[in-house]
Design a protein around this ligand. Sequence first.
Ligand SMILES: [Zn+2]
Length: 148
Amino acid sequence: MTSSTHDEVRNAPPIPVANESTEAFWQLAKNGQLATQRCNSCGWQSYPPRMVCPNCHADPPSFDWTPVSGRGRLATWTIVRDALLPGFADQVPYIVGEVELDEQDGLRFLARLSGIDEDALRVGLRLRACFADGGEGTRVPLFEEDPS
Ligand SMILES: [Zn+2]
């Protein structure tokens, strides 16, 4: 491996790596479908995934990844101006938003926002999930303005 190739790899954004508990999430994302963890006892949806259902505390816990509409409202956001990882240095500034999904009060998903001007940011802005190439065949969820 040449040093330039090594630098390119080191400076690339990290690629999502699925594990046993997130494999279904990433597989659905690859197909353009946003999903949240759903409790098989009470139906409560969580994101990020949990070890115990915060609603019913079912024992033993049992969850599945369930597709959601991907639609919601912007709850809050931050504008990243300094990349903490070298792989994102050429992408700043970018916006990270917390999106409250339509499926359940308080069900919030943290992701980058795509194609939205800083001047257009406001609490309640309607958003929908979209997906970007995450490298090595992965798809990463983002949110864009929902014109509907
Ligand atoms: Zn539950």
